[in-house]
Design a protein around this ligand. Structure first.
Ligand SMILES: [Zn+2]
Length: 67
């Protein structure tokens, strides 16, 4: 079990676009829109911490395509 620094497989992609666990798609994708996070109801917070679902933004990207 050795972790070599090879760029093989699905590693953590250091991309510029931020995605949160609650996002269904990448921001800016077609047929997507920002909706209030169902976990924090748009507040961006849960208890005293930033909502992990939306990353504290209070919104998540949801696919709104109705095709
Ligand atoms: Zn949230």
């Amino acid at each position: 079990m050795e972790e070599d620094s090879g760029a093989d497989g699905a590693g953590p992609a250091a991309s510029t676009d931020r995605r949160n666990p609650g996002d269904q798609a990448r921001p800016g994708s077609k047929q997507t829109g920002m909706v209030s996070c169902p976990e924090c109801h748009g507040s961006g917070r849960q208890a005293n911490r930033p909502c992990p679902n939306c990353g504290g933004t209070g919104e998540v990207v949801q696919i709104v395509g109705d095709a």
